[in-house]
Design a protein around this ligand. Structure first.
Ligand SMILES: C[S@@+](CC[C@H](N)C(=O)[O-])C[C@H]1O[C@@H](n2cnc3c(N)ncnc32)[C@H](O)[C@@H]1O
Length: 420
């Protein structure tokens, strides 16, 4: 017994590289409670770990045939110990091979692995073979795509970033026709605090959204795809005359590559410029800052290939909007009149006709209600904000209220400009 427990626990050898985050037993049961498994047929867990999902399936219906795959030999050994000959267990990668529909249901929890932690061969293969492998998506997306090739129905737990991040658009497109249920689970369900959802897909998916916790499913309602993303709470829809991104661009601040080399708190040398960080940006005002930037684009570029010092023309203007790049769903920006060169935790407006109107618009409660539920990730993304519908009405009252730092006035004027 002692040996059995320790070898089962020891199957997690490479959490980061292999995405080994075991699913808590209550969550396995709660997800399986949301589906009706068939009376006969095959259930596959293609990333089976120690076989806990398959064991739970077997308890529910011993007539089902079980298959478990895992790339880690220790995981397969732990699953064998748990399941004996009740399952066919194979040590292999689920991402290779061209089998289709080997089972009636896939269950489990795909590996969460950031692309930079994948070995080069796996990354090259996955990014070539899977439509959902775009930009910097986590491996859980192409792995789920593979799960959908392996069975017509799946019941799994995966990360929640796919619901809203731009890089998962191809994945959302692929899932959309098959989604039966999306249900966020408590953030502390796993040992690491991550946002996760239960996902059930079936050929005749009913497009439902709910919450899932130890007590089961709550608040079942229709799942809506709004502007390409899946908001988890109700969103505000805004009618517009084109999009914000058609009129102006939000650009990231200076990516200097090393704050310790290029940012200091004075006194300024010749050529140093004022800077600020995202945390110093509030609605309509900046915290005072004594920080300076040694703006040396050549030096920055020579030292770090990935930096983006950008052109002075973006920063060195009489007025521009500076937006904090972290939000928690609530946008905050201020008009800069001190020719600051903000750091990369900020966005800077380029091409705005009236910076005060833009500042009011982005600080308005209405725009945060449009943005926050659609894009709940803590980091604001310019590509997302560029999709904000531009108000049809006149913005002069918005600009006036923003100049006066009058939040209520801004909120009223923005509502009027959107005609709501
Ligand atoms: C999130 S864990 C899930 C384990 C188990 N199903 C559970 O829910 O507790 C992901 C599993 O995927 C396995 N894995 C990683 N890459 C894999 C691949 N290419 N093919 C199959 N399994 C893989 C890991 O070894 C790990 O056991």
């Amino acid at each position: 017994m002692g040996t059995s427990i320790s070898s089962r626990a020891g199957w997690v050898t490479e959490p980061r590289k292999l995405g080994q985050w075991p699913t808590p037993d209550w969550l396995v049961e709660a997800v399986l409670d949301t589906v009706e498994l068939p009376a006969q047929g095959t259930v596959l867990d293609p990333a089976c770990g120690d076989g806990r999902w398959l064991e739970a399936v077997h308890r529910r219906n011993p007539a089902l045939e079980l298959i478990g795959w895992d790339i880690a030999p220790q995981a397969v050994a732990a699953a064998r110990e748990r399941l004996g000959d009740r399952a066919e267990l194979v040590c292999r990668s689920a991402l290779t091979g061209d089998e289709r529909n080997v089972a009636d249901w896939v269950v489990g929890n795909p590996p969460f692995i950031r692309p930079q932690h994948l070995d080069a061969d796996t990354r090259a293969h996955v990014w070539e073979c899977f439509a959902s492998a775009t930009d910097k998506v986590d491996l859980y997306a192409p792995f789920t795509e593979r799960m959908l090739e392996l069975a017509p129905s799946v019941a799994i737990v995966l990360g929640d970033t796919w619901l809203s991040l731009a890089s998962y658009e191809a994945f959302r497109d692929l899932l959309e026709p098959r989604i039966d249920l999306v249900a966020p689970v408590p953030r502390d369900a796993f040992t690491a605090t991550v946002g996760c959802v239960a996902l059930v897909c079936r050929p005749d998916g009913r497009q439902r959204l709910a919450r899932l916790d130890r007590a089961g499913l709550h608040d079942v309602r229709p799942l809506r795809r709004v502007d390409g993303v899946y908001p988890l709470v109700d969103t505000v829809d805004l009618e517009g005359d084109g999009l914000l991104g058609d009129r102006l661009q939000l650009r990231m601040g200076v990516v200097c590559g090393s704050y310790s080399e290029f940012v200091h708190d004075g006194p300024p040398a010749i050529g140093d410029v004022r800077t600020c960080r995202g945390k110093q940006v509030h609605r309509f005002r900046f915290d005072p800052s004594a920080e300076w930037l040694r703006y040396r684009p050549r030096e920055m570029l020579d030292r770090r290939p990935y930096v983006a010092p950008k052109s002075r023309a973006l920063f060195d203007v009489p007025e521009k909007v500076v937006l904090a790049g972290t939000s928690g769903g609530r946008l905050r920006c201020a008009v800069d009149t001190e020719r600051r060169y903000p750091l990369d935790s900020c966005y800077v407006s380029q091409g705005a006709e009236d910076v005060w109107a833009l500042c009011g618009l982005l600080n308005s409660s209405l725009v945060s209600s449009w943005y926050g539920p659609r894009f709940p990730a803590p980091r604001v993304k310019a590509v997302e904000l560029h999709r904000l519908p531009w108000p049809v009405g006149d913005l002069s009252r918005v600009a006036e209220a923003a100049r006066a730092s009058d939040q209520d006035g801004v909120d009223a004027a923005v509502r009027e400009a959107y005609r709501c």
